[in-house]
Design a protein around this ligand. Structure first.
Ligand SMILES: Cc1cc2nc3c(=O)[nH]c(=O)nc-3n(C[C@H](O)[C@H](O)[C@H](O)COP(=O)(O)O)c2cc1C
Length: 368
């Protein structure tokens, strides 16, 4: 039977929801508690309206940008999301090949089901960053950093917003996270792999505080800087205060992220906290954002509010569920094309043209 024609990211989500098993649907789609943050991540984008300009010659558009000095064809990266072989047998390898085909960057998760060496071998020309959690003992992180360096990864993305796991009700109802026996997590220490999984609060078979370390402080950023010369990006920043601390610790970038609403409910939507964070960091570090990006106009809005680029998480999972590498590539292509349209229809011919003056928040409409 031929596959349906899918024209937007939401179509891929619908397809994935209809075709994945209930455990996978719960694991990939759900959020913490009442899922207010998941919904708000989308709603908040809708509260910003675009103010298009006309007669600006948009016949040629340059969507390219650079991230930490490396050029990418358009400002949308594949964000780190674990266990992609659950949705397609090629998993993160397929995602990396899609990123390569589209000339953008993939951020590989610590919890990937393909190793960083496999991903490098499959997509050697693709710009790759490695997402890191700091494990207990730290020698595990040291080992992963050395492997990332040797495998040609160009930056480390240290995720900070999951000191312990949030409570995702849909996953509990579905019986907890279930890893099929034929899959494994090549970055997870073997001694943790065999642990019991009967507790739905455990992810990947390991208690989260053992993996991530609820006791971490800003000291770990200095420690990480001391063991590597790779640039470090902090993911999971949601307040200007923490953004300023990131600047003080002289990291290369931050990701304004609420983890797609997966751990703490009732956090602010990232698109709404982004402007203040951009304002306080004053260009001293690159600012990326994620959580809820589903359309080209979302990307346009994020850039207008000062993001250098956006990450997408679930959309790539949905693309993989549809058709592996080709599905992930299609999702990136759709987002890229929609972003190009948004630029043209707003009167922008390069990403540097996209400024805050193109946006208005819904709350200002009433005052007009
Ligand atoms: C199934 C799943 C697994 C994830 N795993 C990780 C992870 O291992 N490390 C990490 O930093 N973020 C992880 N994330 C969060 C994403 O990197 C990203 O912040 C989030 O998905 C962005 O929201 P979006 O899905 O609405 O695009 C995961 C997200 C999902 C949906």
């Amino acid at each position: 039977m031929s596959k349906p024609m899918l024209v937007c990211v939401d179509d891929y989500e619908k397809y994935a929801r209809e075709h994945l098993n209930q455990h996978s649907v719960a694991y990939y789609t759900c959020g913490a508690d009442e899922e207010v943050s998941v919904k708000e991540n989308r709603q908040a984008f809708r509260r910003f309206r675009i103010k298009p300009r006309v007669l600006r010659d948009v016949s040629k558009r340059d969507l390219s940008t650079s991230i930490l000095g490396q050029k990418i064809d358009f400002p949308i990266l594949i964000g780190p999301a674990g266990t992609q072989c659950l949705v397609h047998h090629e998993g993160e390898v397929a995602a990396a090949k899609a990123a390569n085909a589209m000339k953008t960057c993939i951020v590989l998760s610590t919890f990937s089901t393909k190793s960083l060496e496999e991903v490098s071998q499959a997509a050697p020309n693709c710009l790759r960053w490695f997402q890191l959690y700091i494990w207990r003992p730290r020698s595990i992180a040291v080992n992963l950093v050395r492997r990332a360096e040797a495998a040609g990864f160009k930056a480390l993305v240290l995720t900070l917003d999951m000191p312990i796991l949030g409570k995702r009700r849909s996953e509990w109802y579905a019986g907890g996270f279930q890893m099929p026996p034929h899959l494994h997590l090549p970055h997870l220490p073997k001694e943790l792999m065999g642990q019991a999984k009967e507790d739905a609060r455990q992810e990947y078979g390991a208690p989260a505080d053992m993996v991530i370390g609820a006791s971490l402080t800003w000291e770990c950023v200095e420690w990480l800087k001391s063991i590597t010369s790779l640039p470090i990006i902090l993911k999971g920043i949601l307040t200007p205060e923490d953004a300023l601390l990131a600047v003080q610790h002289q990291v290369a970038g931050i990701v304004v992220s609420n983890h797609g609403g997966r751990h703490l409910d009732y956090v602010q939507p990232t698109i709404e906290v982004l402007p203040k964070i951009v304002e306080v960091v004053k260009g001293k570090v690159e600012v990326y954002m994620d959580s809820g990006v589903r359309t080209g106009t979302d990307v346009f809005k994020a850039l207008a509010l000062g993001a250098k680029a956006v990450f997408v998480g679930r959309p790539i999972i949905y693309g993989l569920a549809y058709d592996g590498e080709e599905g992930a590539r299609q999702v990136l292509q759709i987002l890229r094309d929609e972003f190009s349209l948004a630029m043209a229809l707003s009167g922008c011919s390069s990403v540097s043209d996209i400024k805050q003056e193109y946006l208005m928040h819904e709350s200002q409409l009433a005052k007009l």
